[in-house]
Design a protein around this ligand. Structure first.
Ligand SMILES: [Zn+2]
Length: 522
């Protein structure tokens, strides 16, 4: 007998085809049967009357950085309520493993700060720990280039041949442990110090093991187009599919560049077997660390040395020039940290006015107190984001950490995309603006990421596929999180199954942990 029979649903298969009225049966972890309206239905342990709710495959996030967040209870609730059943993390150059020599002490500090036990080195060992802890939804990871480099390279600014050899070996081991490929974060230290060739060598290892290459590219501002070219050069040289992470053209003077970028990617895709795709989050503000807005040479000596440097008058002047040259609008940059309530939610310009500091001095003062300080910066054009999202090769990301409501303070306040990226995507692009059909929007967050990352038997409503299934009330799909009130769960998801386990029942989430780790070549 079936475990579940979901009747009278409007079924979207995930491939972008027209929906049909019908029913599906779930047995163990699989979709066991699919019925058209009017067909004789079998019995089941539990029958769900969908009554016109939309039934879709569970959503797949291409891009997150949850790694350590899974150790917190209910870490994924805010994502499950967006319909997400699988998350890929380890993006932007940073993954929880492998951890080599020079990263061990940093990881120990982080673990103490966040309150988790750090007792792994390899990806295989990390996965075993996660499996023991249990997962609410399915996860998979990329291998971060900055993590490889930070662990294997002694001097952040320079990697020797033997250090590069060590990174390559770790990359190979990670792929064998189940990594889905390589990620880079080329604006962040130490990834930013790597030459293209170092990345090509690692991307070749990812490719040889069936992986992909995802990049937070070297420049999302004035040199956006050059940074896109570097990504394509890496794709071509390694023969690997590439993914430009959270595509954007930041700062007013770069608004409108997305058109050109998409044309270039289309042209590349027409002339290459290996393909380029993008992911995007549907918001016009970025969320990152404040230290990404100072010249990267200050970071060459590692984080422990920055604080002393920031006391020097010359450094403050250099940062002032840097801010002017890049035309950063610091009145649009908000501090998000509940460790510093006096600054929380204030913009950098306002803090400067309050203390009678110059802008550069304000940036230095904030970084001296906390080199990890997070900010939200409104610097993206809505029209650019819209064009990127409706591009047929665009997928959707949360680009988010896990932010459970009772998480340790140290995590900081989330960007609203943590709680609302997927519901914002569906609401804006399908229901508010009609820029996408519901079936096309669903394809972008189900079969397309499953195919791109080679996640077998997921991302479709198909017999024999894993029963990651969502039932929605379409009219109620909405994000509730805002920049000032980001811990609000999304609405619209009535029921959700992960691997055949009923995790959200009539809008109420239970304590099940049905998620699995998806390994490369699973
Ligand atoms: Zn990134």
């Amino acid at each position: 007998m079936l475990d579940f029979l979901i009747k009278n649903a409007i079924i979207y298969d995930g491939l972008g085809g027209k929906p049909f009225k019908g029913a599906i049966g779930i047995k163990d972890e699989l979709i066991a049967s699919i019925f058209n309206e009017g067909e004789q239905l079998p019995e089941a342990e539990t029958v769900i009357y969908a009554n016109g709710l939309a039934l879709t495959p569970g959503f797949i996030v291409t891009h997150a950085s949850t790694g350590f967040g899974f150790f917190f209870p209910h870490a994924a609730n805010h994502k499950l309520y967006q319909g997400i059943t699988t998350e890929i993390f380890g993006n932007c150059g940073t993954s929880p493993a492998p951890i080599d020599t020079h990263l061990i002490s940093t990881m120990k500090t982080l673990a103490t700060d966040l309150g988790f036990d750090f007792n792994w080195r390899t990806l295989g060992a990390y996965f075993e720990i996660l499996e023991k802890a249990g997962l609410q939804f399915n996860v998979a990871t990329l291998t971060g280039h900055s993590t490889l480099r930070g662990g294997a390279v002694k001097d952040w600014a320079f990697s020797s041949d033997s250090e590069q050899g060590q990174m390559q070996q770790l990359m190979q081991e990670s792929m064998e442990d189940g990594s889905l490929g390589l990620s880079t974060g080329l604006i962040y230290a130490p990834g930013c110090f790597a030459k293209t060739d170092e990345i090509i060598k690692l991307a070749k290892i990812a490719k040889a093991n069936g992986g992909v290459y995802a990049s937070h590219i070297r420049d999302e501002r004035d040199k956006l187009e050059e940074a896109i070219e570097e990504t394509l050069i890496i794709g071509e040289a390694a023969g690997i599919n590439v993914l430009v992470s959270h595509l954007k053209a930041a700062e007013k003077r770069n608004f409108g560049k997305i058109d050109k970028v998409l044309k270039r990617l289309e042209q590349y895709n027409q002339t290459h077997t290996q393909q380029a795709k993008i992911d995007v989050y549907p918001y016009t503000a970025v969320s990152t660390k404040l230290r990404a807005f100072i010249p990267k040479e200050f970071l060459e000596g590692g984080l422990s040395e920055i604080k002393d440097k920031l006391d020097s008058k010359e450094v403050v002047e250099e940062i002032a020039d840097y801010i002017i040259n890049r035309d950063y609008d610091l009145s649009q940059m908000l501090i998000i940290s509940n460790e510093y309530p006096e600054w929380e939610g204030k913009d950098v310009q306002a803090i400067a006015n309050e203390f009678d500091w110059s802008l550069a001095q304000t940036v230095c003062e904030i970084l001296k107190r906390d080199t990890e300080m997070w900010i939200v910066y409104h610097c993206i054009d809505q029209a650019d984001i819209d064009k990127a999202i409706i591009w047929p090769n665009a997928m959707i990301c949360t680009d988010s950490w896990s932010h459970p409501i009772n998480a340790p303070k140290r995590i900081g306040v989330p960007h609203p995309r943590s709680y609302g990226a997927f519901t914002e995507f569906l609401k804006r692009y399908v229901f508010d603006t009609n820029m996408l059909s519901f079936e096309e929007a669903i394809r972008k967050i189900t079969s397309m990421p499953a195919d791109y990352f080679n996640l077998r038997a997921r991302g479709r409503i198909k017999i024999g596929y894993k029963a990651d299934v969502v039932l929605f009330k379409q009219s109620e799909i909405a994000p509730k999180a805002t920049y000032s009130d980001p811990y609000q769960l999304s609405t619209g998801v009535e029921h959700l199954w992960v691997n055949g386990v009923h995790l959200i029942e009539s809008n109420v989430i239970n304590n099940s942990k049905p998620g699995v780790i998806i390994r490369n070549r699973d």
